[in-house]
Design a protein around this ligand. Structure first.
Ligand code: ATP
Length: 256
């Protein structure tokens, strides 16, 4: 008996005026897997991410998460549903320490926040302790132990990217959407990132969907690759299958 997919995208269509950014896109992502989303510029990858995090509404189609339509939940309910994301451009507080930045990822989801903290409401202290333990775990997983107290601004870009990942883990997502995690990284950093993604897949049983232009990373880290071109899905399969797909080769090389 196969487990139902964690994520089911079916027939999703998004139009911006005359442009069809997504055209009847359907695919499933199985629990515990890493799925790569590829496609040339303008293919619709970011639009799909924005549908998944409910920043955009789609005119047709359906997205089910754990068997329930995403549209049953308001956009601000996505994090508590278990969908986390990172952004193409870092959104870290540069003068704050690594650890404080990571801790903030927990405050985004928790019922308490800075205000109740400042007021020292009952129950907050226990929650703080739990968040603190969770931050330690995320810092360990992302190999940030040595720099935990350093201000983010002092660290190399590749390390800052790991801080963003650690922060995204704080909300304990079931599905993590990664927007170009390898963007701006050097070869060595990309290889490190690949190992870290595999580590969180194995240790946290986390499902990940990544938009990525770095083909080497996508093909090596993903269990499944979905390719888009001009808003349409052109391939969906194992990395080897997608890499050898004539439509994918054509889309990337731009030849008939
Ligand atoms: P890239 O790899 O360059 O980030 P992408 O695959 O993420 O590209 P999208 O950003 O999703 O592609 O864009 C898909 C199409 O939708 C493009 O033609 C783009 O111009 C258009 N588009 C995206 N967002 C909007 C918007 N808010 N308003 C109008 N058109 C948009």
């Amino acid at each position: 008996q196969a487990t139902p997919p964690l994520l089911e995208v079916s027939g999703v269509t998004v139009r911006f005026g005359g442009i069809v950014a997504l055209d009847q896109v359907s695919f499933d992502v199985q629990q515990g897997t890493i799925a790569g989303l590829i496609g040339p510029n303008g293919a619709g990858k970011t639009t799909l991410f924005n549908c998944l995090s409910r920043l955009y509404t789609f005119s047709e189609g359906r997205i089910n998460f754990e068997g329930h339509p995403l549209t049953d939940h308001p956009p601000h309910g996505i994090a508590s549903l278990g969908i986390g994301r990172t952004f193409q451009n870092l959104a870290l507080f540069r003068t704050m320490s690594v650890r404080d930045n990571v801790m903030l990822g927990g405050h985004c989801r928790s019922s308490s926040g800075f205000l109740s903290n400042a007021l020292r409401l009952p129950g907050v202290r226990r929650e703080e302790e739990e968040l603190s333990a969770r931050a330690d775990e995320a810092i360990r997983l992302m190999d940030l132990g040595d720099v935990a107290q350093r201000p983010v601004a002092d660290l190399p870009f590749g390390t800052q990217k790991r801080v963003e990942l650690a922060r995204a883990l704080m909300s304990r997502p079931k599905l993590l959407l990664l927007d170009e995690p390898a963007g701006g990284l050097n070869h060595e950093e990309v290889d490190g990132l690949r190992q870290l993604l595999k580590r969180i897949q194995q240790e946290l049983k986390l499902t990940m969907l990544l938009v990525e232009h770095h083909m080497n990373l996508v093909m090596r880290v993903s269990d499944q690759v979905v390719a888009l071109d001009f808003g349409k899905k052109i391939a969906d399969g194992t990395p080897a299958e997608v890499q050898g797909n004539p439509d994918v080769i054509k889309a990337y090389l731009g030849v008939e």
